[in-house]
Design a protein around this ligand. Structure first.
Ligand SMILES: Cc1cc2nc3c(=O)[nH]c(=O)nc-3n(C[C@H](O)[C@H](O)[C@H](O)COP(=O)(O)OP(=O)(O)OC[C@H]3O[C@@H](n4cnc5c(N)ncnc54)[C@H](O)[C@@H]3O)c2cc1C
Ligand code: FES
Length: 373
């Protein structure tokens, strides 16, 4: 047995034992210590940590969840880490996120809205309900986290980040990219109906706001990466956080743009918030920024008097490019928080059934959709 010492972001520690043939997450669970994890098969990066002392072997870590350069720098996925000596690891979250009792992670919800809001994005709203009484139920989560949603009647589930803050009526909003050949995409387009029941598992994830005094916060979102970013900004609005806040939102084509009005409305109610939208390949007449969110970030960082905290979310390529740009402008690594929308674990087995279905778009207001206030 080896000793595993886990250090949290706020300087607390927790320790437990781990044998050479078990991974660190499993060993912790055996001793009733629930570190953050989700897939437990090296695919989602929820359990990512930094190993600062000791020898270990890594197994079953996907390249997307743990790129080789991060592995070289000492990052590990704890669900695939097998100790070969005592270990010291640092996790990117606070002590209060570690549970020491069983926590509820299985939920039932009813579909409230399923509508297309751009050429490749669906807005999906569900309400959690009590299994027996069907009364609305509030799922406790931290804005920025995600949940796994199961496709009704199948064993297939996919991870999606909540765009809302936890609410008393249990409504949870998701912004979901339609992917060619995607199983969940096909469900949304063909089978999701208002009132249908779906199973949820979670919440998971450590992508959330960090206490930072009055340092400015910059949020950078690519496509549906807007979802967790919106949840965090909505949280700041609710708690009237005073930090100067910038939100950079980018898509490739204009027809992929969504939530422009929602973002402008948010900015009009938050004096501290400025929103900038970039379209990489705009059509003639586009009034906003032509380019990427990385271009926007560079512009603002070049003028920034204080190095801001940066929150990044979107496709892996966009997140990596933004991270690099922030580092070039001297933003310390521990001020950059990110979530990559990699393929959900267990995904990729779908058949080529969605080809040609991504156009023409069925926009909000169709018979399939029902708006909530
Ligand atoms: C923590 C986390 C949170 C996420 N939150 C969101 C969210 O809020 N909104 C959202 O739109 N997405 C989100 N994603 C990504 C989403 O879970 C996946 O893209 C999902 O697998 C898509 O499901 P699908 O069934 O439609 O496609 P799948 O059946 O899984 O895949 C269809 C095809 O697309 C490819 N593919 C799947 N996902 C991706 C990807 N991300 N990038 C490139 N190619 C891909 C597959 O290899 C396959 O060929 C999140 C992912 C993670 C890990
Ligand atoms: S829980 Fe370890 S990568 Fe998903």
């Amino acid at each position: 047995m080896y000793k595993i010492l886990v250090k949290t972001e706020d300087g607390e520690t927790v320790s437990f034992e781990c044998g050479p043939n078990e991974d660190v997450i499993t060993a912790a669970i055996r001793q009733k210590i629930l570190l953050l994890s989700s897939c437990r098969e090296g695919g989602c990066a929820t359990c990512k940590a930094e190993c600062t002392e000791g020898e270990y072997e890594l197994s079953n870590c996907s390249v997307q969840a743990l790129p080789p350069d991060e592995e070289e720098d000492g990052s590990v996925l704890l669900c695939g880490t097998y100790p070969r000596s005592d270990l010291e690891v640092t996790v990117p979250y606070t002590y209060e996120r570690i549970a020491f009792n069983e926590i509820r992670t299985e939920w039932l919800a009813e579909v409230r809205v399923c509508e297309r809001i751009s050429s490749n994005v669906m807005r999906f709203v569900v309400q959690c309900v009590d299994l027996e009484s069907a009364a609305p139920l509030k799922v406790p989560f931290i804005p920025g986290q995600y949940i796994d949603i199961a496709i009704p009647g199948t064993e297939i589930s996919r991870s999606f980040s909540m765009a809302t803050v936890p609410s008393g009526d249990g409504l949870m909003e998701f912004l979901i990219r339609l992917l060619p050949n995607g199983r969940f995409s096909r469900y949304l387009l063909n089978d999701a109906v208002v009132g249908q029941r779906v199973g949820l598992r979670g919440p998971f994830g450590a992508f959330n706001l960090h206490d930072n005094g009055l340092r400015p916060r910059y949020f950078v979102a690519g496509g549906t990466g807007l979802s967790p970013v919106l949840a965090m900004v909505r949280q700041m609005q609710e708690t009237r956080d005073p930090q100067e806040t910038k939100l950079f939102f980018g898509v490739t084509h204009q027809h992929e743009l969504f939530y422009r009005d929602e973002l402008l409305r948010l900015a009009s109610t938050m004096p501290t918030l400025a929103v900038e939208i970039a379209v990489m390949q705009p059509e003639a007449g586009w009034q906003g920024t032509a380019g990427t969110v990385v271009d926007l970030l560079r512009q603002y960082l070049a003028q920034a008097r204080v190095k801001p905290d940066i929150y990044l979310c979107g496709p892996p390529g966009m997140v990596d490019a933004t991270f690099k740009a922030a580092a070039e402008y001297g933003v310390p690594k521990d001020q950059i928080h990110l979530e990559k929308f990699v393929q959900s674990h267990g995904a990729g087995e779908s058949q080529s059934l969605l080809e040609g279905q991504l156009a023409p778009p069925r926009m909000a207001g169709s018979e399939h959709a029902e708006r909530v206030p």
